[in-house]
Design a protein around this ligand. Sequence first.
Ligand code: HEC
Length: 409
Amino acid sequence: MEILLHEWGSAFLRWFHVIAAMAWIGASFFFMHLDAGLKPHPDIPAGKGGAAWHVHGGGFYEMKKYLVAPASLPPELVWHKWQSYMTWVSGFVLLGWIYYAQSSLYLIDPTVRALSPWAAATIGIGSLLAGWIVYDRLCKSPLGDNETLLALVGFGFVVAMSWFYTQVFSGRGALIHTGALMATVMSGNVAMIIIPNQRKVVAALLAGQAPDPKYGKQAKQRSVHNNYLTLPVVFLMISNHYPLTQTSAIVPVLVALLTFSGAIIRHFFNHWHADHTKAPWWYWGAAVIALALAIWLSWQAAPGRNALLEAERRVASAPANAAVHAEATEIVISRCSMCHAQSPVWEGIITPPKGVRLESGGDLIRESRAIALQSVLTRAMPPNNITELSDAERAKLALFVAAEMRNSR
Ligand code: HEC
């Protein structure tokens, strides 16, 4: 019963989290687009805002932006904040639900550090809080006046934190925590700076006073940071499905490359929305080079790369025989089938994870590509090597998958 609740709880939480994030990021993209495309409007003094016409859902929208006090401000303003708060809250609960409640499967890698579940969760949560404090201080320090330098230091800070996470967590846990840290910064910006500052501005306007421009400036700075963090964060959130990204040694470099690519692609769109004719297409070139480098690195650093290449050479000179298949089946039955069976016997697992069954020779043939990726090329399975699959056994699995790949050609 508890397992059923845990499983469905996870599904509903994830559902909610993705919806909240879509609402938040969707609105944020829309406003960035709107901002970039504003044209002068006779009602608004030059340089103090502008207007844009949008067509959507069979209607026409005239959107105006006022940087200074409009002639009158209606009392009922629409605030955009709950999407952000709900994304963070659901994301935080999900992190606990998956990574802290099942930390031996996902977060704690004893070869990195044999943490207790409580210690792992404390480090995780503490680092998110500490990360926000450091980032917020950096923005409020004199460094905050220099946008470029602040961006570079912020970038360095994120990469350094991802390195720190690889020193305490599994590769997968390191990536998700780096994403959670960036997302905490984004939500913190909305909750602690953007919305409170906006409230002060509105209060001043309603009282007929001129608001202090510093509030708007601070909010804009944080909003720009959020904009550039969006794409990297989304990648980090889905990285847990891609074991090639999870080799601890390259996590900080991947975080750097992906943050760079995501930010520069966003930058391209900010220009594109302002003026299509002046869009800097070379930004795409830079992003593609960084992503290609990430792919190359993931292959170079894959722990089982040499074993797989060696197995491919061996089966090319001497085709594998039935004994290779039988041996691989035996290994998988003893190291994987406690979880990957029609009726798993591993505590806490009631259905074969991701529908992957590994109980017979036929199952192995069907799943050979997945085994190559999850257990030969990378060490994603068994999770944190919980059933102690040895290197010699991985080499035997390599021989089997290399033979299968050759057969299927
Ligand atoms: C302790 C339980 C356990 C053991 C042992 C285990 N797995 Fe898994 N396996 C899981 C879980 C849990 C998932 C789902 C992971 C997730 O949600 O990302 C999974 C997912 C998978 C997937 C699907 C990955 C995907 O994202 O599509 C494959 C393939 C796989 N395991 C292969 C193996 C192989 C091969 C072995 C043995 C060498 C093995 N597993 C051992 C628990 C286990």
